[in-house]
Design a protein around this ligand. Structure first.
Ligand code: SF4
Length: 327
């Protein structure tokens, strides 16, 4: 079956599904990891696949860097279907970066409620204040300036700059790590080969179409090159994918040794005064559920009495404001 992919940089690429037939390439991109010809074909086939099967997502309908930024932050460790309703609501409540910067933190955390990883919301809020105060409300376009904003690492910066401004910065989120690890047949966990994966992501990026290419790479990871049972038989990269060629999709990416999940028992108390006011406390800004309100509590160790630790915590938080009458 014939297959034609058009790519403006590399003219027209024509393939068969089982093997390349004719490839016409002009000025191919050099890559330390892949022959230039392969890079051109990988770019062309992925862009062509994306044109046909790419997902229609609301943040792809805009070039507003603020809206793109919100989507990128929400999508960190969260699936698209979960993010969709939050994204729409967020832009209704905070339609501009200035609006977000001026909002009280409690309103920001409330709008984020249910998405988890609240540090993302606190960082987004702080970063909006930096953009409003230090950049006059205009999202910066330099990688260094963007990465200096709270909560934005290299992959989020690349995602925003390529999607909003079509600038040639690569990405390397969890899905992309998996795709590229399989493509190159990586024999170590991706975390141990980040430099090589970044080089590959950058080498594959066509300078004229970074926006579409990065979005296509994300879609490939989310829809075909899934963690379990990837759909290799319909993948545009199967001819070049080392994992597929060696039937090692279930072994790659190599799993990282997992740290044990910490297990803590926390006791909480409902404390009220003679006016029926209930005591609640705000968690520290940094760390789990930072900035949210909670009943006061303390760690509870097996076989130990809980009240002394609880009272010590409360005395630290409110020295002189509480009197104790606990049996
Ligand atoms: S051929 Fe399979 S394993 Fe390789 S990139 Fe495509 S979907 Fe992923």
């Amino acid at each position: 079956m014939g297959y034609t992919a058009f790519h403006p940089t590399y003219e027209t690429l024509i393939f068969r599904i089982d093997r390349p037939l004719v490839v016409t390439v002009s000025e191919p991109t050099a890559s330390p990891l892949l022959p230039a010809l392969d890079v051109a074909i990988l770019q062309g086939t992925l862009l062509s696949w994306y044109q046909r099967y790419g997902r229609q997502l609301p943040w792809r309908q805009t070039r507003d860097p603020y809206a793109v930024w919100v989507s990128e932050v929400m999508l960190q460790q969260t699936q698209v279907k979960t993010v969709l309703p939050y994204y729409q609501r967020w832009l209704t409540v905070f339609p501009t970066v200035q609006g977000l910067a001026a909002a009280p933190q409690q309103q920001v955390l409330k709008a984020w409620e249910g998405l988890g990883y609240y540090a993302r919301a606190r960082n987004l809020h702080r970063a909006a204040q930096v953009v409003a105060q230090e950049h006059g409300g205009a999202f910066p376009t330099g990688l260094t300036e963007v990465m200096a904003l709270p909560g934005i690492g290299r992959t989020t910066a690349g995602g925003i700059l390529s999607a909003a401004f079509n600038l040639p910065f690569p990405i390397l989120d969890g899905n992309v790590k998996r795709v590229l690890a399989r493509l190159m047949g990586l024999d170590v966990p991706p975390q141990k080969a980040l430099d090589r994966l970044w080089v590959l992501s950058e080498s594959l990026l066509p300078p004229q179409q970074p926006r579409d290419f990065n979005q296509a790479l994300m879609d490939l990871g989310a829809t075909l090159c899934t963690r379990r049972q990837p759909s290799c038989t319909i993948c545009p990269w199967r001819l070049y994918c080392q994992a597929y060629q060696q039937n090692m999709q279930s072994e790659i990416p190599v799993a990282e040794a997992k740290a044990p999940i910490p297990h803590k028992q926390i006791g909480v108390a409902v404390v009220w005064n003679d006016q029926n006011q209930v005591l609640i406390d705000r968690r520290p800004q940094d760390g789990l559920l930072g900035g949210l309100w909670e009943f006061p509590g303390a760690r509870w160790s097996q076989g130990k009495r809980w009240q002394p630790a609880f009272i010590a915590n409360c005395k630290r938080s409110w020295p002189s404001k509480l009197r104790w009458a606990i049996a």
